[in-house]
Write a protein that binds this ligand. Structure first.
Ligand SMILES: [Zn+2]
Length: 329
């Protein structure tokens, strides 16, 4: 039955009607709020390319966590900026590492908040890569070693579990890391610590501002030998399938907005809880355009989050977690 009997505008007449038939709803419970924890006390250092986002010392991270929880956000994702960096990412797995200290402090103050730990090595490596680097023949030639990196990643996950993390989230894109981490966690008695795998993580230009926030830019080369080619959709599904096979409890697509097709396909094909990361560049684009008066900021924030939810992600990692929770409240 077509026009004039069918008139889709009938259900768009009022806010109440539109709300009644709305297909996709955002709730603060689905947001995960990323925090960048740094050494010191009382530190709240603004990140130039991410207005409203800060490097926070542990005490300030606790305050930020408390605020997020009060707004209805149930989970945080922790990144660390260590005091010193080296070639074996000591800061990532040290018992008194910056993330480990933050986990203990936040758990002590706000025990009900879920804590996710980013498991990667780039922030802790002097060279800024996500794995162990080996120089190869010829000037400027190098290789990121896969298998030796797994051991450090697994050690990092176990160390975070010891500190009290609720969920570990490996983001390195080495082959076999989920299985290695699962085995290490189980071996250390952490049978019930879930793994949220950054399963399809693309080598994206949208990570630019994050590198300032996490001080993790590679000192040479780029990450294209381990993160995925943005052009590859079928390979993304293979990456996800492998992580599921290796024991991932939840899967993630990163970035979100430029990869909504991958999110939708992952939702269709896999039955695990699906997360998507609205990354720093997605955030920065909205902020920059809004500052120029070119878009309506709050409206675009909610529209972008809704599109990620509509594509099929039930968990959204976003720097807007607090603010979107406020807008939805
Ligand atoms: Zn990394």
């Amino acid at each position: 039955m077509g026009f004039p009997d069918t008139r889709l505008r009938r259900l768009r007449q009022s806010a109440a009607l539109r709300s009644l038939v709305r297909e996709t709803r955002l709730t603060p419970e689905s947001f995960v709020y990323p925090l960048f924890v740094c050494p010191g006390e009382g530190v709240r250092k603004p990140i130039g390319s991410m207005p409203g986002v800060f490097n926070l010392s542990v005490d300030e991270a606790v305050n930020e966590a408390r605020e997020a929880a009060a707004l209805g956000v149930k989970a945080l994702l922790l990144f660390g900026l260590p005091e010193t960096k080296d070639e074996v990412a000591t800061g990532a797995w040290a018992d008194d590492g910056i993330v480990q200290r933050a986990i203990r402090a936040i758990k002590r103050e706000i025990p009900g908040l879920l804590l996710m730990g980013d498991v990667c090595l780039c922030e802790y490596m002097s060279h800024g890569h996500c794995g162990i680097v080996q120089q190869t023949a010829g000037a400027g030639n190098y290789e990121i070693l896969n298998d030796p990196s797994l051991e450090i990643l697994a050690r990092t996950a176990v160390s975070q579990a010891r500190a009290g993390i609720d969920i570990v989230a490996p983001s390195d894109m080495m082959d076999g890391r989920v299985a290695a981490i699962r085995k290490a966690l189980d071996g250390a008695g952490f049978l019930n610590t879930p793994i949220l795998a950054y399963a399809a993580k693309f080598a994206s230009g949208f990570y630019g501002p994050f590198r300032e926030a996490a001080d993790s830019a590679p000192q040479f080369g780029d990450r294209r030998s381990y993160q995925m080619d943005p052009a590859n959709f079928r390979e993304a599904l293979r990456e996800i399938a492998l992580d599921v096979e290796e024991g991932a409890d939840m899967i993630m697509v990163k970035p979100a907005l430029p990869y909504l097709d991958v999110i939708a396909a992952a939702r269709d094909r896999f039955d695990l809880p699906l997360a998507a990361y609205q990354v720093s560049g997605e955030f920065a684009m909205i902020e920059a355009a809004a500052r120029n008066g070119w878009i309506e900021r709050e409206r675009v924030i909610l529209e972008s989050l809704t599109s990620i939810r509509r594509a099929g992600a039930s968990i959204i990692l976003t720097y807007y977690a607090k603010e979107a929770a406020k807008l939805l409240g």
